[in-house]
Design a protein around this ligand. Structure first.
Ligand SMILES: *Cc1c(COP(=O)(O)O)cnc(C)c1O
Length: 430
């Protein structure tokens, strides 16, 4: 692995003096792939540049938000205009109404919505609301789905079937996670068993309907359909965590794709357009439980921040331009097809999948449908691919367990350049 990027090395060494591991979010540290993280100085369209001035084609897009490409002139202008009017007021603004109306219109299951500043806050608040509304404590999540870092959600499956989970982080009390049941993704019989044995104690089920935090894994339609039926039957709240999939897999999110109506939805990433906006919303009768009109408390100094809302609202306008998702989906499919063909030429076991502007790359012969299948991919070969592509100026997520993201700025030339680089790298790692 050729990490000759001296300024990145210098900055990384310096960062580690004052910041744990040198980064403000763990996956940025390249721990999974090894090597030195790139320190980014600027970004534009499908590209960003590191501290050495090296240009990369970016397939992370800030982990999803940069769906119209980096530094889109209209988004930048909206942010500049908003900033000039004041950065934060701690009092309501008309912009917050506008983005709320837009979210309710574009995601019909959302009748009312509250803005927060991160996906973590959105899911954490949705859980509290589900618990508050049902008067129940237990929650169900699925292995491999990530819902931010709230205590109740940093949980992996317990040792036995239908036993409650174990914390995945130090500092999370057993007392918190004993209420979290972790089940297998796409396992319908297990979900049915869980409801049969404890359905009337379950406050909610939270799920990524298109999972993007265990690489990319699609839910089966049957899995989501049964989940919806069981939640309705037992009075549990169904929460779709669409922080990643919302406005990424299509205009109405994964729920529109599958035709399933959740009770609550968490949004983030794209709806902030690169600034901190996230939201949770859903059925009005549930949302009426929120303070100041209901008993479930939730608040935020910077919630609905006017500059962030301006970035989000402008991004939401841009994705509604005619043909936006058709084009985005076609470019993403083109990328996956090109990578797959390049791998085949070199005889590397590889396959891919894409949903809207989101894609998965699997170093195996079969697109996975469970966390276990995904984990069985060839991590060592992925790491060599990752570093090979990085040398070639293409920046994929620095871990095999992450999805990738294409923006509307990834035109044919960019995709072709990526595939040409992949052809050279696959040949080297075959
Ligand atoms: C990114 C993500 C979160 C957490 O959002 P943050 O803004 O990082 O707190 C939650 N759920 C899903 C599905 C995500 O992809």
């Amino acid at each position: 692995m050729t990490d000759t990027t001296s300024k990145n090395d210098t900055l990384f060494a310096r960062a580690q003096q004052t910041t744990p591991g040198g980064v403000n979010s763990p996956v940025r540290a390249f721990r999974s792939v090894g090597g030195t993280p790139r320190f980014i100085t600027r970004a534009e369209g499908p590209y960003f540049w590191d501290a050495d001035g090296k240009r990369y084609i970016d397939y992370i897009g800030s982990w999803g938000p940069a769906i119209v490409g980096h530094a889109h002139p209209k988004v930048v202008k909206a942010v500049q205009d908003a900033a000039a009017r004041g950065l934060s007021f701690g009092a309501p603004t008309e912009g917050e109404i506008e983005i709320a109306e837009e979210l309710c219109r574009l995601v019909p299951s959302i009748e009312q919505v509250r803005l927060v500043s991160s996906g973590t806050e959105a899911t954490m608040s949705a859980l509290r609301l589900a618990r508050g509304a049902t008067g129940r404590d237990k929650i169900v999540k699925f292995e491999g789905c990530y819902h931010g870092h709230a205590d109740s959600l940093l949980v992996k499956a317990g040792s036995g079937l239908l036993t409650f989970g174990n914390p995945t982080s130090a500092g999370v009390p057993e007392d918190f996670v004993k209420h979290t049941l972790v089940l297998d993704y796409n396992n319908v019989p297990q979900l049915e068993d869980a409801f049969a044995s404890m359905g009337d104690t379950i406050a909610c089920v939270i799920v990524e309907a298109v999972a993007g935090n265990m690489n990319l894994i699609r839910a089966t339609p049957d899995f989501l359909r049964r989940m919806r039926e069981l939640c309705t039957e037992y009075g549990a709240v169904l929460i779709f965590d669409e922080v990643m999939s919302g406005f990424r897999v299509g205009l109405g999110g994964a729920q529109a794709l599958y035709g399933i109506t959740p009770d609550l939805t968490a949004l983030g990433k794209v709806i902030g357009g690169g600034l901190p906006v996230a939201a949770f919303g859903g059925r009005a009768d549930l949302m009426h439980n929120m303070a100041p009109i209901g008993p479930v408390y939730q608040a935020g100094t910077l919630s609905g921040n006017p500059v962030a809302v301006a970035a989000g609202m402008t991004t939401l306008k841009l994705v509604q331009e005619p043909g936006f998702y058709e084009k985005l989906g076609a470019q993403t499919a083109k990328l996956v097809e090109g990578l797959t063909a390049a791998a085949q030429e070199a005889g590397v076991a590889f396959c891919g999948d894409a949903v809207g502007g989101m894609f998965g790359m699997y170093f195996s012969n079969q697109v996975p449908s469970t966390y276990g299948q995904m984990m069985a991919g060839d991590k060592e070969r992925f790491n060599r691919f990752f570093h090979g592509m990085l040398d070639e100026g293409v920046y994929f997520a620095p871990a095999m367990f992450e999805a990738g993201f294409v923006s509307s700025a990834h035109d044919d030339a960019v995709i072709e350049e990526t595939v040409a680089a992949a052809r050279r790298v696959f040949a080297r790692i075959a």
